[in-house]
Ligand binder design. Structure first.
Ligand code: KDG
Ligand code: MG
Length: 413
């Protein structure tokens, strides 16, 4: 048997997704997620124009060999576009292998190491009361861990904070279409003030601890906005509130920045959602500069590469915190859940439920119950894409916003 077809499907059920469908000569179908938020068509072209023809006739069982062929073969290695494309091929081949074996994928990764996958939700609000209401709402759903993001006095819309108002569940969709829902032509711009943020946030964590007690796992995302010394001071300032993690405190591309933060604080650190290779972590892991690996399976070369990355992290006592916002499709999410269940050094899983339109296109078998996710027992990844439903949602260009400091300088997210 061999790979007979490789088709790229782009759909936009409220947001854009790129999916690879691999079909074998005996009709087994495997699915892979290749969604790269705001740059979707670059990956669709990489797959459709350059990779698809290389797959035809290959043995679908040779997953490691295909991974190395796609990674080393083209001369140009790494990068988010390449690694998202390789990830999609890899996921689809694992999906096929597990379907052929008649087992859920986690069984091929070593079997279950736990009964459920602790998930964290995104709680946010423009002011403290709205944030507290959101936390309460997620606790009522069973979550024991929440990421908290809130507005900063003096600033307008802040990245990662819902403007929807108290009590409304936040669908995390920072990539914006035009105001009327049509294709965007350029990113929106938001303003940012690091000093105001640094002055405001410790008081927010203090109130959360006072109101919600010590049992709640509190996570926070710095979205790469601090300089190394700002991040070091912030991580130290918030130590009394014992966060589960502080994510992306400094821009991800500078691994040595984390040395400075680490020297000054015991606040646990998480980073990696914009990484695409184990080499992005080499210094961070071997020098124990982080506590959680935040890569997405979709952006890091798939299940084959993530398993190796997480095994490497395990040697240094570093745990997983796999990226799981809504720009990871249900296929990418399922891949994360199978890994989460199987690996020993699982930490926590991000969970942003997809909207109803997305779940019409992607039929999932994973479950959420009382704070814990499970990938389900369906053979393969456990997600099938409905091509008729997908065809009803035309690609609509959307961009992540650009941040500017109050003097107009372009800043990180
Ligand atoms: O595409 C960008 C989003 O995935 C990102 O902003 C989400 O920071 C994020 C998170 O931690 O989920
Ligand atoms: Mg993040």
């Amino acid at each position: 048997m061999s790979i007979e077809r490789a088709d790229v499907i782009v759909t936009s059920p409220g947001r854009n997704f790129v999916t690879l469908k691999i079909t074998t000569s005996d009709g087994v179908v495997g699915w892979g997620d290749a969604t790269l938020n705001g740059r979707e068509l670059a990956v669709a072209s990489y797959l459709g124009d350059h990779v698809a023809s290389m797959l035809i006739g290959r043995d679908e069982d040779r997953i490691e060999d295909t991974w190395q062929y796609l990674y080393r073969g083209p001369y140009w290695r790494r990068g988010p576009v390449t690694m998202a494309a390789i990830a999609a091929v890899d996921m689809a081949l694992w999906d096929i292998k597990a379907k052929k074996a008649g087992v859920p994928l986690y069984q091929l990764l070593g079997g279950a190491s736990r009964s459920g996958i602790r998930a964290y939700a995104h709680a946010s609000g423009t002011d403290y009361q709205a944030l507290a209401n959101a936390i309460t709402g997620y606790q009522e759903l069973g979550f024991t861990a929440v990421r908290v993001q809130t507005g900063v006095p003096g600033l307008g819309q802040v990245y990662g904070v819902s403007a929807a108002g108290p009590g409304v569940r936040y669908d995390y969709e920072p990539a914006k279409r035009a105001a009327d829902g049509s294709a965007a032509t350029a990113p929106t711009e938001e303003s940012w003030d690091t000093a105001g943020y640094l002055a405001h946030m410790p008081g927010v964590f203090e109130r959360i601890r006072a109101d919600f007690g010590t049992g709640l796992r509190i996570l926070h995302d710095g979205h790469h906005r601090m300089s190394p010394i700002e991040a070091a001071r912030f991580a130290k300032d918030i130590e009394p509130y014992k966060l589960f993690w502080l994510e992306d405190c400094t821009p991800g591309e500078d691994q040595t920045a984390l040395r400075l933060v680490r020297q000054h604080s015991t606040t646990p650190l998480a980073i990696g959602e914009v990484f695409n290779s184990v080499y992005d972590y080499q210094t961070l892991i071997t020098e124990r500069l982080i506590d959680y690996v935040r890569s997405a399976v979709t952006h890091t070369g798939g299940i084959t590469a993530m398993k190796k990355l997480l095994d490497f992290a395990a040697i240094y006592g570093i745990r997983s915190g796999i990226h799981g916002p809504t720009d990871i499709s249900p296929i990418g999410m399922a891949a994360a859940l199978h890994l989460d269940l199987a690996i020993h050094n699982f930490g926590i899983q991000e969970y942003m439920p997809h909207n109803e339109q997305t779940l019409e296109v992607f039929q999932t078998s994973f479950t959420f119950d009382d704070g814990f996710l499970h990938p389900g027992e369906q053979p393969g990844l456990g997600v099938e894409l409905d091509e008729d439903a997908a065809a009803a949602f035309e690609y609509t260009k959307a961009y992540l916003p650009v941040n500017r400091l109050t003097d107009g300088t372009v800043h990180d997210w």
